[in-house]
Each structure stands twice: as C-alpha cells, then as structure tokens.
Design a protein around this ligand. Structure first.
Ligand code: BG6
Length: 498
C-alpha cells in the first residue's frame, strides 16, 4: 500500500455539515485503523468563532452520530484530537490565509516535516473562488513557501453550475494548482461496488467477450432514492437532479460500465478512457431532448406508511418552483462497441424504493428451441450490479423447474459483498481521503471528463428551457416517477428493472 507522508489537511468549511457528517468520520476511522503517519494534522478553517477545544468537542459529538467506529472511546479520541486545530477565519480576508500560512509553517518547523498541505474545500460553492484567491494571494502554493513540500486541493461538488461556470472555476483552480494536484470529488467513485465494476469487467475472462452490441440489448443505470431534499432545499432547488446526480455520479457510472480497457489501471490511463467514452456519447438535438429525456417533480404521497409532503411544500422550496426532482434519459454511445445499444438513465427523489444499480440486459435468444413445445416468453438474461444497498452482483438466467414437466423459470446467481467477504464495504470518503493523502488521483474526476459531462448536461438544461414549462408536480411520492419515464422505455418494447 502507498505510504501516507506527514501532512497537514486544511478543511475550509470545517464547521459545516459535510465536514461533520462525512469528512471527520472518515479521518477518524483512518486514524483508528492506523493509517495516519506520525505527523498528520488537521486544521479547521471556518467563520464560526471557536477555539481548538470547542472544535474538538463538536467533532467528538458528531463522530458519535456519524462514524462507523461509534461509540467513540474518549481516550482514543483524546489522542486523535491532539492532531486537530481550528482557526476562526474569513473566506474573503487575506489576513486569514496569512495566518494559516504561519500556522502551517510553525507546525512544519516544530515537527521537522516538509510543508505537505492538503486544502479541502468543503464550503458552499459560492466561496470556492474566495478560498482559491486567498491561497493564491498568500502565495501558499509558491515554491518559495512550499520548499520541499507539496500542495493538493480537494474540491467537492457541485463543480460549477453549467459548462461555462465549470470551465471558469476550473481555469481559476488551474491558475493556482497543477492538474496533478487537483482532486475533484465524486463520492460514487469511492464506493467499493463502483470500483468493482472494473474488476468485474476486466479481471474475468467470461464477461468482457459479451460486453458489446452483439450480445447486449440495452443497459439501465438507476439511482433511486426514497428520501426527499431534507434540509438541503437551498442548494437543491438551484441544482435539480440533473446537476445533483446526472452530471457527476450517473456519468461516472456510465463511463465505468462502458469504457474500453485502459492500458494500465492508473489515474491517467483510466481517465483517458473515460474521456474517449464521454466524447462518444451522441449529443442530443432539441428533438432528442423532447423525445429522449423526462423530468419530473414529486407530489405528496406515502413512503413506508408515512405521508410525505410534495417537493413544493418542503421547507425552503419556493412554492412555484420548476426544479426537477426526477430525470430520465436515453443515450447512445456512438462507437464500435456500443453502436445501437440504448443506455437508459434515471434518478429521482422520493421514489418507492432506495437503490442504485446497473442492469445489463442481454439480447433475446436468436431462436427458441422451447417455443416449439409451448414455452414462450423466456426472460432475457441480465446482470444486475447493485451499487447499494445489498451490494453485490446477480446473474439472471432461465432454469428448468424441478419435476417431470419441462418448464423454464428465471433464477439468480448472486454474489453478495457481506456474505462473500464477511465485511461491509468501507465508506466512500475513507477511501477517497486516503487516496488524496497518498496522492492517487485514479478515483477523482479529471478536468476534461468533468467538462465533457457538463457539456452534455448543459445541452439538456438549455433544451429544457426551450421546450416550455413543465406541469409540476407530476409524480406521487412513493411511486416510481412520472409516467413519461415509463413511456420513454416502454415505447422501445422494454421496461425499467424496478
Ligand atoms: C449526493 C447528492 O451527491 O449524492 C444527494 O447531492 C444524494 O442529493 C447523494 O442524495 C446520494 O449519495 P448516496 O451515496 O447516498 O447514494
């Protein structure tokens, strides 16, 4: 395993939800599992006035709710907390960054270590530019300041609002950091099951030969959630599901299931293949946007015996909002492997079930021997890769039912993470933070795959603005989404794998 060098992680937005729900639990678990190098420090940088003691206490409290190591042992935490500090700061004030620079320099001197610094942007996107300007103005990434050390930046989504703003933000980041220092988080890439897509495809001899348009009829990628927008309405209402899920997570899943084998399983080769793949996604004309995309918004409904509000009634959502909480689309990949194979993507909130999966449906039999003796409608073979929950892979095929009569019914051959490995997959953030610290970019988006994904998604957003206002709400909470999404796939003689 790669070695973690002594380093300092600066967390901008350290008093916020993301830091407490995801980042600190991941850091604490890594520390408890013995992954931290001797000299590893965490510096919280945020507006809330606090000292180190109060900051450490807020972390302790949130670990007890959010960390897989809970309940947290007080003595263990006390050793961990000696690595944690806090600076009350202002994002738009250069003096805060000078103070940060001084703090880093003094820690590096005290522990005789290089200034290896990981800048983690866990703030609202509205202050990303302020933070990057602050780092730049205080010259924290200059060779003169860094000396022998390295600097890396970790940036959370949303990375931009559309293609143009993503390009601008990217340009700003790359004026201060080099691409090999930039870690754009897409937490789906940290999920074991997502990483396993490549292992499944490229570490087995039996699947790859049939992974193409000769054998595959179509592929469905679904990220269905039964939760609503919770307390994130302020962010979500500006984003919609298209920016929240489609531009990032869904495009990454699409890439992994469809790319060509890279020469090496490393950051550059893998991301080169993703770029090639995304460039082959057929652009959608306005007509395609009308015919091949669907958007929806949830109405009131019942989920798990509980009556839930409509999206418009959620706290913080404007009552006349036209933001979509559901989207589905049909895409084609114009290359030799996938010509003619539709990829159906869908994602939505407040749906009947909670699951993320990739369903690969194989072509129907060229000729059915059993039709001659009256056995019709043998189900298509399929492979279902379940990203969550019940992480695993199922292969579905037809088998003879027991008995004297010849009959055929669908059965499953199932691999399940928990029963095969006797372990639950670790949290995605642990893996991603570990990779940032050791300097492995394989599981992070590169500027070009991120921008190509934005190009496609921006064309759909622009198309929607020309196709007239939707009539929302159009699906009941607790259903499988709007009827149009069913028609999108049913009109091709197929149906969603619900
Ligand atoms: C986030 C989105 O990126 O992913 C959320 O902003 C969504 O809206 C979440 O709920 C889903 O992630 P997971 O890991 O729960 O599938």
């Amino acid at each position: 395993m790669a070695e973690m060098k002594p380093s300092i992680m600066v967390i901008f937005g350290a008093s916020g939800d993301l830091a407490h729900i995801k980042i600190f639990p991941a850091l604490y678990s890594l520390w408890e599992d013995g992954f931290f190098p001797d000299n590893f420090f965490i510096v919280g940088f945020a507006r809330t006035k606090m000292d180190d003691g109060i900051f450490r206490k807020t972390i302790f409290d949130s670990l007890n709710v959010n960390c897989r190591k809970k309940p947290i042992d007080e003595d263990e935490f006390s050793s961990f907390s000696k690595h944690v500090f806090y600076l009350t700061s202002k994002y738009d004030d250069d003096s805060s960054y000078h103070e940060l620079g001084g703090f880093i320099a003094s820690k590096a001197k005290e522990y005789n270590m290089p200034k290896n610094v990981l800048y983690y942007l866990s703030t609202p996107p509205s202050v990303y530019i302020n933070v990057i300007n602050g780092i730049e103005n205080a010259k924290l990434t200059s060779d003169e300041y860094k000396g022998e050390g390295f600097s890396r930046i970790v940036i959370e989504k949303p990375f931009g609002y559309d293609y143009e703003s993503a390009k601008k933000l990217n340009g700003k980041i790359l004026s201060v950091f080099k691409e090999e220092e930039v870690y754009r988080i897409d937490h789906y890439l940290g999920k074991e099951t997502v990483q396993n897509i490549l292992a499944f495809r490229f570490a087995n001899a039996i699947f790859e030969p049939i992974w193409n348009n000769k054998f595959i009829d179509h592929i469905q990628i679904s990220a269905l959630e039964s939760i609503g927008v919770g307390f994130r309405a302020g962010y979500f209402d500006k984003a919609g599901i298209i920016r929240d899920m489609m531009q990032n997570h869904m495009m990454q899943l699409l890439s992994l299931v469809a790319i060509e084998p890279p020469p090496l399983p490393d950051a550059d080769d893998l991301r080169n293949e993703k770029v090639k793949l995304l460039k082959s996604v057929r652009p959608l004309s306005l007509n395609d946007i009308k015919n091949y995309t669907v958007r929806g918004q949830y109405d009131r409904g019942i989920i798990g015996n509980k009556q839930v509000l409509s999206y418009k009634e959620e706290e913080g959502v404007p009552p006349d909002t036209l933001t979509e909480t559901y989207a589905a689309m049909k895409l084609f990949i114009d290359n030799y492997r996938w010509a003619g194979v539709p990829f159906y993507l869908r994602s939505g909130k407040r749906l009947k079930i909670h699951k993320t999966e990739i369903a690969i449906f194989f072509k129907k039999l060229p000729y059915s021997l059993f039709a001659k003796i009256g056995i019709e409608n043998i189900k298509q073979n399929s492979i279902i890769i379940t990203i969550q929950p019940n992480e695993g892979i199922a292969i579905n095929f037809g088998a003879k039912t027991p008995g004297f009569k010849l009959d055929i019914e669908p059965v499953n051959m199932v691999f399940n993470y928990k029963s095969s490995f006797k372990l639950s997959p670790p949290d995605a953030y642990e893996r991603l933070i570990y990779d940032v610290i050791v300097g492995d970019q394989t599981l992070f988006a590169r500027y070009d795959d991120m921008l190509i994904a934005w190009q496609l998604i921006t064309s759909i957003i622009n198309g929607w603005s020309k196709t007239g206002n939707p009539i929302f709400p159009d699906y009941e909470a607790g259903s499988f989404g709007p009827k149009e999404a069913d028609s999108l796939i049913n009109s091709d003689g197929r149906s969603w794998n619900n």
